[in-house]
Write a protein that binds this ligand. Structure first.
Ligand code: PLP
Length: 391
């Protein structure tokens, strides 16, 4: 039997969780506190629908999940949507549907959250890493082309912070070499590139509903596709390979990737308010961008918000990052370092260098942001940044 935690140990664990700002990523967040790194909103609609769902006394994958899926399909103009337990599991499902396994190579940018790479590793595939561009954190498609071999089976473009990868070039490469394209749009829900909504442009696309995402259900995610045959496969994979619950025929290997209606009761409303949330984070982004343009020690990484992209977070770079984060924290403003590159994990470090990604890793951090962050908090942060310049 497992060891039962003492009351003291449990208290400590609760305190640690309280201090983690609801963010499950193991990324350094400065202290601060008056202005948090992230603020999201959970409305009365979510609370009422959760109560109604609980009252039904049946809340596994059911009608509310189906409603949430229909809402995503309509908003993102994509026919097939499956909600699942996380963005990480959505990517795993996408790779399983593409029959990725041992001996296959999957191309992944190193400038992403390690979840993208883990989805391939867990299936026994080899992760082949590529660098990002020098001007922003998007995957360098020229390097993707250079790294394709006869063993390559899939490309995983990651639309970091709502910034579109060059999907035209990626799709052309995939067509030429017969590769699957599984988009990691975990940070890109509601963001549009030149060809449409991010996540709807490859064979399938994956979204995350974690706490620091536009749509949050605590944990959760979705996978979307335009391909009916792929959708049928993904539907089976979500439930241990079962074709349908009536015949209960086992079609293929799968697992329990099922979502539940309690989370969907929150997510349904979060998706309905998606455009409103996207508009607010873009207002926050523009306010910083315009103010910071005058500050020589700081740069906001570009997101094409005027053409449909959604800046989920506000990504800043500064050669003085650590001192600046301390300065802001001492004045009550919380910030977060960039998520470390994949190759900083020992199991992905082959000794290869990725200069552009490493530079962003060293100097990048996120300013306070989020769909519920008051604009006064943005102004306060901007004022403290101006104060830093005088110091
Ligand atoms: C780029 C990227 N990919 C994948 C994930 C994993 O999503 P989840 O936390 O829902 O598993 C995240 C989450 O932060 C992410 O930022």
């Amino acid at each position: 039997m497992g060891k039962v935690l003492s009351v003291k140990q449990t208290d400590r664990k609760i305190r640690q969780r309280e201090n983690s700002s609801g963010n499950s990523d193991s990324v350094f967040i400065s202290s601060g506190g008056e202005v948090p790194f992230w603020m999201t909103n959970i409305g009365e609609d979510e609370i009422a629908t959760v109560s109604e769902t609980l009252a039904k006394k049946s809340f596994s994958l059911g009608v509310v999940t189906a409603e949430m899926e229909a809402e995503i399909a309509q908003q993102l103009d994509v026919p097939y949507v499956l909600c699942t337990t996380s963005g990480s599991m959505a990517m795993l499902m996408g790779l399983m549907a593409a029959s990725i396994g041992s001996g296959d190579e999957v191309i992944v940018p190193t400038r992403t959250f390690v979840a993208t790479a883990h989805a391939a590793t867990i299936l026994g595939a080899k992760v082949v890493l590529v660098d990002c561009l020098s001007e922003n954190t998007s995957m360098d498609v020229n390097q993707v082309a250079e790294k394709i071999t006869s063993r390559t089976k899939a490309i995983m473009p990651v639309h970091l912070n709502g910034r579109a990868c060059d999907m035209t070039a990626i799709r052309a490469l995939a067509k030429e070499h017969r590769l699957a394209v599984i988009e990691d749009a975990c940070q890109g829900m509601f963001s549009r590139g030149p060809d449409g909504y991010l996540g709807t442009l490859g064979d399938c696309g994956c979204f995350s509903f974690g706490m620091v995402k536009l749509v949050s259900t605590g944990q959760g995610g979705a996978i979307v596709t335009r391909d009916k045959a792929l959708y049928d496969k993904l539907t089976a994979i979500r439930n241990h390979g079962v074709a349908d619950v009536v015949s209960h025929t086992y079609l293929m290997p799968g697992h329990n990737f099922k979502f539940n209606d309690i989370q969907a009761s929150i997510g349904l409303w979060q998706v309905r308010r998606g455009p409103e949330k996207a508009a607010h984070v873009n207002t926050v982004y523009k306010r910083y961008r315009d103010a910071v343009a005058k500050l020589p020690f700081l740069e906001i990484l570009p997101v094409d918000v005027d053409n449909g992209e959604v800046a989920l977070w506000v990504e800043a770079i500064s050669e003085e990052r650590d001192r600046l984060m301390d300065f802001l924290a001492a004045r009550g403003i919380q910030t977060r370092k960039f998520i470390p590159c994949v190759h900083t994990a020992p199991h992905f470090d082959s000794g290869e260098r990725f200069p552009n990604s490493e530079r962003f890793n060293r100097i990048g951090f996120n300013l306070p942001c989020g769909p519920d962050l008051p604009l006064e908090y943005v102004d306060k942060t901007i004022a403290v940044l101006a104060e830093y310049e005088q110091s």
